[in-house]
Ligand binder design. Sequence first.
Ligand code: NAP
Length: 247
Amino acid sequence: MPNERILILGGTRDARELAGGLISRGFGVITSLAGVTGNPVLPPGEVRTGGFGGVPGLASFLAAERITAVVDATHPFAMQMSRHAHEACSEARLPLYRLERPVWRPSEGDHWINVLSAAEAAAALPPGARAMVTIGRKEIAPFFARQDVSGLARMIEDCTIEAPVGWTVLRARPPFSLGSEMRLMADHGITHLVTKNAGGADTEAKLIAARQSGILVVMIQRQAKPSAIAFATTAALIAALCKLHCP
Ligand code: NAP
């Protein structure tokens, strides 16, 4: 049995799969959740919830729990947690692994406008656009501020700001099917899809639906995260952890 205690920085379906896979191979696992989602789907094994209190808080946690390796399995757009993990692991000389879903790439028939931020995405929408915005609730304000744009804002949690006239807020949790995405876009007369380039299969159907419906995609690009030993799939990461940490 490996004598390892792994901290998984979670908040994603991949992180849940990873926890299950590592536990079944005998690793000690704690998954950490930010605590921003009400009723989160919990991973198997031990779970802690809430911020650590920056890099010093995370460093104390790693020492107190005798963590031997950290896996950053946060969402590709969770930048701060990844930076903190990098700093705390460097200080503690602990290995830092990352589950890094490959980015989505445009296929034939796609019409993408690549932008760097939510503000840039909102500015890229032409007057009169009917946008389907699927970037969560935290960065929705620049879209609601566009008085010449309307549409549908989809998010997991309640919206904290009031939607202006012309906007519908839809609370929903992935995965989504191609059929339901096609219907949603048609029902709301969508002309533009706004999304983060999160990658992964759970939310990819909206891109296929946009392609098949001739809808323009405004794609928010990922920023590079700090260095870590990165793997594209949970299977590859589990195999590497077994090889490296089970002598
Ligand atoms: P963030 O900006 O990278 O992190 C903000 C702060 O939240 C961190 O400094 C940390 O607080 C705390 N935090 C984040 N992830 C944590 C975790 N797994 N365990 C404990 N504390 C955590 O993160 P975010 O973009 O707000 O995302 C929050 C969580 O939602 C992440 O875990 C991410 O995987 C998930 N998520 C994010 C997105 C997205 O688009 N950003 C989408 C889907 C899911 P302290 O400094 O106090 O430690």
